[in-house]
Design a protein around this ligand. Sequence first.
Ligand SMILES: *Cc1c(COP(=O)(O)O)cnc(C)c1O
Length: 401
Amino acid sequence: MSRTPSRQDFDTYMIPTYAPQDAIIVRGKGSRVWDQDDNEYVDFAGGIAVNALGHAHPELLEALKTQADKVWHVSNVFTNEPALKLARALVDLTFADKVFLCQSGTEANEAAFKLARRYAHDRFGEDKYGIVSFRQSFHGRSFFTVSVGGQEKYSNGFGPKPAGIEHGVFNDLESARALINDKTCAVVVEPVQGEGGVRPATQAFLEGLRQLCDEHDALLIFDEVQCGMGRTGDLYAYMQYDVVPDILTSAKAIGGGFPLAAMLTTSDVAEAFQPGVHGSTYGGNPLAAAVGYAAVSCIATPEVLEGVAERSRLFREHLERLNQQYDIFSDVRGAGLLLGAELKGALKGRARDVMKAAMDQQLMMLVAGTDVLRFAPSLIIEPKDIEDGMMRLEKAIKTLL
Ligand SMILES: *Cc1c(COP(=O)(O)O)cnc(C)c1O
């Protein structure tokens, strides 16, 4: 039992919901990580937009260790100081008046969709339960959230789906208008679609959705699980668009690597959730909330947020240079430090091959579908790490051409 675990153990013991890379990472610092053989990697993946302050950030470590000595868990039969501090900080920093804490993006969205349905049910009656979402969107893996998500390959094959969910075309306001009516309780959208290919919403699309929601007494839900928490250079993407949702979900970066998520909303909407209507054993767990409070306090500073634009520019410059040299991208897009490069020509459909070749060159990165290379690094990644990582990406690409 005490031998060192190997990648082979994954295939032997784990249910194969994933196909992880061969290397097993054992430690990290900033935007560098090391595997079992002490090989050093540059991290452009950020744990899928989670490690927004890199690995082993001193303030997050301090918060975790300090809280670990105090109390780990008390359940929601009791409240606790870290949860209260975090909730207050999120209210101070955003449109929201009230916060619900949980562990994952899935749970934050599940809570958001249940809240929207309950709110409409209580205010407008039983028939108002329609949810309008968009193709290619991703909102989580519980059966409700995956059904609201716009990728049938994830939601088919599990029997009958929850009723009342329809999908429009992202960035096509007319397609949304055709679906939104007085039976609609909520419209949910990612201001920047992440998994669906790193696609920012247009200003007109989000403004139009806000207006349609107002006209039909529907709640506008922004899923900022991936694009929120500083990723775009503002604390939340809605601030960049100046379009305010009724409910916002936040996860991934909010815990800096500790499982944590939040649903934010207004006092009026929050009233639909009274004691007993929704809940979570771990929600607002003191360890998670203490790390989350430290993460939010670090990210919501001018130093971190203003640094995103410069790093984004560096990433884009490198990607454009690679494109000039090798003519491999049909598009480089995204916002801040959530960037996508769509492959064309010889590399079309080979995003996973590029990711694998990058691992061979000791670079961690991501894909979004079969055609898009995705980058979601630490918001405080050092320019030197960007340089190094891009040299490795170039080497990886050369091996495939
Ligand atoms: C990752 C993600 C989710 C799901 O979050 P989990 O923590 O994996 O449950 C939901 N919405 C968006 C936009 C995401 O990127």
